[in-house]
Design a protein around this ligand. Structure first.
Ligand SMILES: [Fe+2]
Ligand SMILES: [Fe+2]
Ligand SMILES: [Fe+2]
Length: 435
């Protein structure tokens, strides 16, 4: 087994807690990542979830239905990775044709993750008018829950179109707008529940950022908790990796391939199975914070200006913040959040020094650079294995990357290249069996 600083350090807090993890807790944290896509208009998913849940209370839904409604509402826009589409979706006059692509994409993503597959149908229908045949075909409960999400989603679009004004000045007009669509866009039952819930000023005031987070936490807490095992967490991380990778054609499969290569390097370095699994999760989630970077910046062909560079540099910090709010994920958060740190202490965002960077984080940083160099970028083409190794060696010399980790790459170059460039068909983030 290779030794490098950090390798012998005991597993951080959370290593053993990862046997099972609270699904609500993780979904709520990951919804922060979806929030970032709004760049300027953040917390859309959380506002929709709070409003839908408040309507659900008026309807006296059963506990299971309330949980499904909350999870579906928080995640309803998971099919949206690009800031361009997000801006469009908050248009109050959005047509069904424009909207249904992302609803289907979100439904497909959730359907692949068993613990959330129940809410996939709700997400698929969250822009479907109540009086359309598709709504009737879905069955009454799914259709009603989806319609509540649709209603809350449109109310938030209206609110955001006047966001410089006090929301209490908008409530009458919004309530009239919803009422006028009773029986057509929205179910009469949903409209009745909304009018009841939204009569109170507190309903609108809770939507403000400093109250919303707590209110939603309370909503999530009263539900009977579902937990997922560590293997389930890998699947959930894969779901979010696909959202991040969907942001731009240039980053397609980046997170899943980084996860695959990092795991391979973990095995080659002799890390145990549990550590390799956590490393895979860190790889899948390392660029979560990139959801906040406007598409135009990621796809720019000319050099970035200072402001654009600053926008990109935030992403590792955002990733750390999102993951570290879930206590059992703290170790993974540290590895993922330090993927742009360097051994010289000149990386970002923490300027962490060598002795504070554990081996899994060093391997992740190598995998990230390797995969990015193997991928097409707006300003250059993909590099070959030998060229990539040359760059990695230079990064070792400049004090960015770990020399032992890069030696491992050199000794297993072909295998590493394969792991980094397997196309999207094999995008499970699994490593090809190490040699
Ligand atoms: Fe939405
Ligand atoms: Fe990154
Ligand atoms: Fe990355």
């Amino acid at each position: 087994m290779r030794t490098a600083p950090g390798l012998d350090s005991p597993p951080g807090p959370g290593g053993s807690d990862l046997e099972r993890i609270d699904l609500n807790e993780v979904v709520l944290a990951l919804s922060d990542a979806l929030d970032l896509v709004g760049t300027q208009v953040v917390q859309h998913g959380k506002r929709v979830a709070f409003m839908a849940a408040a309507c659900g209370r008026s309807l006296s839904l059963e506990e299971g239905e309330r949980t499904d409604l909350l999870l579906a509402a928080v995640l309803h826009d998971c099919g949206v990775s690009t800031t361009r589409l997000h801006r469009k979706l908050l248009d109050a006059d959005l047509s069904f044709e424009e909207a249904h692509g992302h609803a289907d994409a979100g439904g497909d993503l959730l359907a692949r993750f068993e613990p959330l597959s129940r809410v996939a149908a709700i997400v698929r229908l969250h822009h479907t008018p109540w009086d359309s045949p598709a709504s009737r075909e879905a069955g009454p409960r799914t259709a009603l829950l989806a319609n509540l999400v649709f209603l809350a989603d449109r109310v938030d679009a209206l609110l955001q179109s006047h966001r410089e004004r006090d929301p209490l000045l908008e409530t009458d007009e919004i309530r009239r707008w919803v009422f006028a669509r009773s029986g057509t866009s929205f179910a009469e039952e949903a409209v009745g529940a909304f009018l009841e819930a939204s009569a109170a000023e507190a309903f609108w005031l809770t939507l403000e950022p400093h109250h919303l987070e707590r209110a939603l936490r309370d909503e999530m807490r009263v539900e009977r908790h579902r937990t997922v095992p560590l293997s389930g967490l890998t699947d959930l991380a894969l779901l979010f990796a696909r959202i991040v990778d969907g942001k731009s054609p240039f980053t397609a499969s980046h997170s899943t391939a980084v996860a695959r290569l990092a795991t391979l390097l973990g095995h080659l370095a002799g890390l145990d199975e549990g550590t390799c699994t956590r490393l895979r999760i860190a790889g899948l989630l390392h660029d979560l914070g990139k959801l906040r970077v406007p598409d135009e910046v990621l796809e720019k062909t000319s050099p970035l200006d200072k402001g654009e560079f600053a926008t990109i540099e935030r992403h590792a910090f955002e990733t750390f913040q999102i993951l570290s709010r879930v206590e059992p994920l703290r170790e993974i958060a540290t590895w993922a959040g330090t993927h742009h740190e360097g051994l010289s202490g000149k990386g970002y965002p923490f300027r962490t020094r060598a002795e504070e960077i554990p081996l899994p984080a060093r391997l992740l940083a190598i995998a990230d650079v390797f995969q990015a160099l193997a991928q097409n970028r707006p300003y250059r083409g993909p590099l070959e294995a030998e060229e990539i190794l040359g760059h990695l060696r230079r990064f070792v010399e400049s004090g960015k990357l770990d020399p032992h980790g890069v030696d491992l790459v050199a000794e297993n170059l072909e295998e590493c290249f394969r792991a980094a460039t397997l196309d999207a068909v094999g995008d499970t983030g699994e490593d090809p069996a190490p040699g």
